[in-house]
Design a protein around this ligand. Sequence first.
Ligand code: BGP
Length: 461
Amino acid sequence: MKKFPKDFLWGASTSAYQFEGGINEGGKVPSIMDNKEGHPKYGKDITGFKDASHHYYKWKEDISLMAEMGFKSYRFSISWPRIIKNLEGDVNMDGIKFYDDLLDELKKYGIEPIVTMFHFDYPDFVSEIGGIQNARFSNLFEIYSKVLFEYFGDKVNYWLTINELNIMVLSSSAIGTGDDVSKWQVMHNLNVAQAKAIRLCRKMLPKAKIGPAPNIAVTYAKTCDPTDYTAKLNLDQIRNWVYLDIVCRGSYSKNFLNFVKASGENFVMTEEEKVILNDSKPDFIAFNYYSTATVSMTKSEDIQKDKADQQKGIVIPGFAKMVPNEFLEKTQFGWEIDPIGFRNTLRDVYDRYQLPIMITENGIGARDVLNEDGTIHDDYRIEYYKKHIEQMSLAIQDGVDVIGYMPWSAIDLVSTHEGISKRYGFVYVDRDEFDLKDMNRYKKDSFFWYKELIKNNGENI
Ligand code: BGP
């Protein structure tokens, strides 16, 4: 039995603000990510996103490296502030040209572009109206979407609306997209923005496919104490399902709405929005997977802690408390490694929504070492990928319709909150936190391994 379908989309991912640099080039207006240095929560001496990996200057070289690995697809994000200049929606033609050229280059190598429309970096001018918390956010996103569909519609077959909408809601302070005062309003406004983009895509590009791209991972109950299972159902609801239910089923579950009410929180939803939300179903589900969560029911002494990052945190009294999983090893950066959880998550998502699935992130952040001879021996990354791809193949044998795998990241880039020292790429970028060096690219051992895997369509795993 073949492990992977014939046209499986093997590739990898990046995002504009973490990869491009060139923040003042080509008419780009400032984004909320441009001037972040270090991370306020951690006080670490880490770089921000001003320079990133200089992909803005080295995009041709970068794409040729992807082509050399044999990529069938490349998932990248378009930077909203490179495209739209102001609240009026004026278009920056230099920005259009940058991505147009990039799309042509991908086409030259037969690489299918998978385009994320918004990956954390909205333009500063959106902050002038209060950012995502203002209901007008969805109108601005719609204006931007229209421009993307108009200019790139003939070159892009797969669109991803919003990267990790759920993480922007749950870990906004770690991601840096704002505080989470009215987090459910933020969630709702993002959901409406996404729905408007899907609706518009249907109208303007009937042949294109569009889907959401949240970060999904199943939750385990720490013990078979029935209250721990209730905690699992609770966390699954606000960690995973609410964001997929709204887009795939068109409405919020009663369970979720009751939870919001019981927490003394609220969000405003108009009748018009309800119609839009119900009228904008996706063609597929893309999701990012790093690690599962394990929970137990809270005890009276537990308090709501600050959220540490995308994979840790969350304590809600009477609801759920995330706890370590004793069966799982951790990365150098403390993220649990759970390949079997990947298969479990794929099955759960497919059972629930019955839509094709595309994996748009998965990977291991590590302190890779560049040797004198230009080699990087990242056997731990190969090990990580082997195990995850093996589990993905088992999920396919279980019956899950997986159409692509684009791990994080194609080439080294700056982590959301841990600087350049937390590397994910198949290609090493020679720079340090504050010393930009020459930004030269070096192929890691995983580069050659992945190339071989793609060549064999994963049969040799
Ligand atoms: C996801 C984001 C990515 C990426 C990745 C790794 O949450 O979509 O942008 O950065 O996580 O996270 P980090 O960079 O924090 O290690």
